[in-house]
Each structure stands twice: as structure tokens, then as C-alpha cells.
Design a protein. Structure first.
Length: 310
């Protein structure tokens, strides 16, 4: 039996609640296969489309109705954790029951601590929300104090910081549930970003990369394996070039070399590779796998995906 943290991409869950309810039925089947193999499975997930939809809804309403308050971004993240967890729980429970498996499933609304001195706060770069023309973007920036930047010549969007996670506030509760044999859904969307302020935590408008948060979770749980599920079947070098090559198995030194050579793109494979390295580095007993959702169960058996070891 292995303890496995599975990081599920938010894009695999659809862009609307209706799409998501349909998508999770497909998404949980490979995860249930892992549980059926006898593994302890902890689920993390992204929330890019979902938190963007929530944020946009409140932004649009507050623009047209002054009595409606703006919803702070950390609260939007918490809302996305709740409703994604709700859909995942239902789909998992139904699939487990169909397989005559009695596991219980719980979603933890999870706060992830970040360092207020993280350089990312000085250089916000993660786009969220809608596109605006320059004039509208400048008005929004002046009225709300947002940082607005042009995004790939498609218009201007709000950008927030993307700091690295340094701790998971609810980790003890997560450990207790895992030890009891329950399936836990946690650090959704990378977690609600918070900073320590005396005896409490304050939410900050930021986005923690879900792959880095998943690696931090796997490390805190002393997991045997981190599986990052994505849209491609393997990590590739020389991507989209005539000499493109799949990586079946790679060690830390080799992967760091490819990283230095610039094979992986920011906002795509780069954070997945960096997160895998952070989990595996200096620990010979840990394995990270980057694979497609459909091949998750085969990837654990070494039959699919890219396996990364020390």
C-alpha cells in the first residue's frame, strides 16, 4: 500500500457548475482505481476556471449594483473549494458505492500559509478575471487598487501575486482523517493564501500554484508518491519540435538539466516539473509521476506517465 497525493487540474473539471458535475464523474474513476489497488489517496485540485467564474460574477454585479459588496479574492477561493469539493465528494461516493467500497470522503476548506516577504508580492503576475480595454482597466485600477496588465495582446486583466506555500494550516486534521482511512480532498486551488498575524491568519489576494501546494501537502504527509495529472500523457523535451522526445523515467539530476535548458514553459509544464522536483529531491524513497488523468492507475504501476525519482 502506498500513500499517494493526487493533484487534479482545475481545467479537467469544466468551466461551469453544470459542466463540472458531468466532468467529475469521469475524473474520479481513475482515482477510485488507485484506491481499489489498496492505496491511501489524498486529493488536491486546481480551481482556475472556477475561481475566475466566482470572482467575475461578484465583480460584474458590484459594478452594476453599488449596494452589492466586492467579494475579496481569498473568499472566492474558499467558495471554489467548497463547491468543487461538494461535486468531487458526491462523484467519489457514488463510484465507491458502485464498487462496493465503504470509504468515507471529506473536503477540508484549507488555508495555506505564505510568506508576506515572498518576492512574488512585489511582482504580481497571475492573471485572473475578465479582459478589459485599457481605459476600463485604468478606471478599475484607480477605483479598486488592482494591478492591471496586458495579457498576450488580448486585453488587460487583473494580476495577483503567486507566492510559494510554506505551510498548511489544517495539516493536523488532514493527517488524522488520512490515518483513519478516509479520503480527503484538500488544498483546493492551491489553498486559500493566508499570512500569520499574531494568533490568527489573514487572507491575501494571491494564487498559490496547486502543484506546489500539492507537493507541500505530500511532503507534510510523508507520502510515498505525488501524482500530478495533466492534459498530456508524459513530460516532453523539445516540445512541438521535430526532435520532440517523451520522458518515460528521469532522475532529479537529468530533470534539473532539462529545466536549466528551458524545455518547460511557465504556466504549463514548468510548475509541475518544479513541484515534482521539490517533492523528490534528496529523498530516495519518494516518487513523483506526471501523467494524464486517464492513465493514473497505470502510472502508479509504472506503465504510463513520466516517473521521477532521486
Amino acid at each position: 500500500m502506498k500513500k499517494i497525493v493526487v493533484a487534479l487540474g482545475g481545467n479537467a473539471l469544466g468551466n461551469t457548475p453544470q459542466e463540472q458535475k458531468a466532468s467529475v464523474i469521469h475524473a474520479v474513476k481513475p482515482i477510485v482505481d488507485l484506491i481499489k489497488q489498496g492505496n491511501e489517496v489524498i486529493i488536491a485540485h486546481g480551481n482556475g476556471p472556477q475561481v475566475g467564474m466566482i470572482n467575475l460574477a461578484f465583480e460584474t454585479c458590484s459594478m452594476h449594483e453599488e449596494s452589492l459588496p466586492m467579494m475579496p479574492f481569498p473568499e472566492c477561493g474558499a467558495m471554489s473549494q467548497g463547491y468543487i469539493g461538494y461535486h468531487l465528494q458526491n462523484a467519489l461516493q457514488a463510484q465507491l458505492a458502485e464498487m462496493n467500497m465503504s470509504h468515507k470522503v471529506a473536503t477540508i476548506i484549507t488555508q495555506v500559509e505564505v510568506d508576506p516577504a515572498d518576492p512574488a508580492f512585489q511582482h504580481p503576475s497571475k492573471p485572473i478575471g475578465s479582459f478589459y480595454n485599457k481605459e476600463t482597466a485604468e478606471k478599475i485600477a484607480a477605483a479598486r487598487g488592482y494591478v492591471m496588465k496586458e495579457d498576450a495582446n488580448r486585453g488587460y486583466r487583473r494580476v495577483v501575486a503567486s507566492p510559494k506555500p510554506i505551510g498548511i494550516v489544517e495539516i493536523d486534521m488532514i493527517k488524522t482523517l488520512v490515518e483513519k482511512g478516509h479520503i480527503v480532498i484538500t488544498v483546493g486551488g492551491g489553498g486559500i493564501p493566508v499570512v500569520k498575524n499574531g494568533n490568527k491568519y489573514d487572507g491575501v489576494p494571491a494564487v498559490i500554484d496547486k502543484d506546489f501546494a500539492s507537493a507541500k501537502l505530500a511532503e507534510a504527509l510523508n507520502a510515498d508518491m505525488l501524482i500530478i495529472l495533466t492534459a498530456v500523457d508524459k513530460v516532453k523535451i523539445n516540445f512541438n519540435k521535430p526532435d520532440q522526445k517523451d520522458l518515460d523515467e528521469v532522475n532529479v539530476a537529468e530533470l534539473q538539466k532539462y529545466l536549466a535548458e528551458g524545455h518547460f514553459h511557465k504556466g504549463s509544464m514548468l510548475p509541475k516539473v518544479e513541484a515534482a522536483l521539490s517533492f523528490v529531491n534528496h529523498n530516495k524513497n519518494r516518487i513523483a509521476i506526471i501523467a494524464s488523468l486517464e492513465q493514473a492507475a497505470d502510472a502508479v504501476l509504472g506503465k504510463a506517465g513520466t516517473l521521477i525519482r532521486y
